[in-house]
Ligand binder design. Structure first.
Ligand code: PLP
Ligand code: COI
Length: 345
């Protein structure tokens, strides 16, 4: 199979149309998802009154396909994305896509777009975007009757410019998620309401926003598109715990990597922003599918800069080890725990 002629090393995190996408439909009349199929058609025709357009009834996922060192194409823990989208769907009264159908759709769409999967060693990956939305008309506030499930792919480079270089972020006064709200699911609505904060952050020179808990504004939640990790002075990986953050698959994998590959202690608990101010942590990073691990060098707290010991020049030693071990597992250089790698071809 001949690869597409792209400048793989210099891709940014932006949409490029690939050849195939997967589409399945659910109708209230049938009461189930159809078997789905690949199509080359990237356009969607729907009612002006579709549930997704009026009341934002949509949930999505994000995962990546990699070319391994020995030339296979694989993706990372797609069953966990499938389960998370299932859970997200239930929260928005969307009929959930069965886990097996999600994984099968991912498999088919990556296989069909194999020419778009970046070669090993380029630093680029094929980003996979599954999503479900209400497609039939609704005017009273209620769930749609009919839904569409689609998966497209797009080759991407690093989410933050400079890849693994430390970033400068700020604490924002906007709230991301209320207690008992939708912060723990991956719904488009959580991202729509973060746009004002991210546009403002970028204008002021910050790469991301750190959100605090909405109820007390004392605890670290996460950023707009990634979970947060810390390393304390005893080299323990400290992981903020909250019911209103997205259960990141990267974070859950890194907790395992820290304990089982790197011999680190892991402490998952509420983390107070005061601990950051008091200098209790020497390293900090963002983690997620798009971000992988991006080190945070400096945090702006309402005009006051807090510089992590690892600084703005380079990634700290623990974040480096975590990042390299995770990438090594994903790219087939290190042995993966059972079930983590789904081989496409
Ligand atoms: N938190 C938010 C708000 C996200 O959008 C993402 C991205 O998916 C993550 C965390 C990281 O989750 P994952 O590691 O499953 O990609
Ligand atoms: C991902 O990491 O997959 C995400 O969905 C984050 C998004 C903000 C690009």
């Amino acid at each position: 199979m001949e690869k597409k002629n792209l400048d793989w090393e210099n891709l940014s995190f932006a949409y490029i149309r690939t050849d195939y996408r997967y589409v399945a439909n659910y109708t209230a009349k049938a009461g189930c998802w159809d078997e789905g199929a690949l199509t080359e058609d990237d356009k969607i025709v729907m009612s002006e009154d579709a549930g997704v357009l009026q009341y934002s009834q949509s949930v999505f996922e994000g995962l990546k396909a990699y070319t391994t060192k020995d030339g296979h194409i694989v993706c990372f823990r797609p069953d966990l994305n499938a389960q998370r989208m299932y859970d997200s769907a239930l929260r928005l009264e969307i009929p959930p896509v069965p886990v097996e159908q999600f994984v099968d759709g991912v498999h088919k769409v990556v296989e069909a777009n194999a020419a778009w999967v970046p070669p090993y060693g380029t630093g680029a990956t094929l980003y996979i975007r599954p999503y479900v939305f209400g497609i039939s008309p609704v005017i009273g506030v209620k769930p749609a009757d009919d839904y569409q499930f689609r998966i497209f792919t797009t080759p991407v480079g690093p989410y933050f410019k400079g890849g693994a270089k430390p970033i400068y972020v700020r604490v924002t006064d906007y709230d991301r998620a209320a207690p008992h709200g939708t912060g723990n699911i991956k719904a488009g609505l959580n991202y729509a309401m973060s746009l004002k904060a991210i546009v403002d952050a970028h204008e002021k020179g910050f790469a991301e926003n750190i959100y605090l808990d909405a109820a007390t504004r004392t605890k670290i939640e996460e950023t707009g598109g990634a979970n947060i990790l810390f390393v304390d002075q005893d080299n323990t990986l400290v992981v903020p715990k909250s019911d209103s953050i997205l259960p990141s698959i990267t974070r859950r994998s890194l907790v395992y990597v820290a304990e089982h590959y790197l011999g680190m202690k892991v402490d998952e608990r509420p983390v107070y922003f005061k601990e950051v101010r008091d200098g209790n942590f020497k390293e900090c990073g963002l983690c997620g599918t798009a971000a992988v691990i991006s080190p945070i060098g400096k945090i702006n707290d309402h005009g006051t800069d807090i510089t992590l010991a690892s600084g703005m020049e380079k990634m700290g030693p623990w974040m480096t080890k975590l990042r390299e071990t995770l990438l090594g597992i994903q790219e087939g250089e290190l042995e993966a725990p059972e079930g983590w790698i789904h081989r496409i071809m």
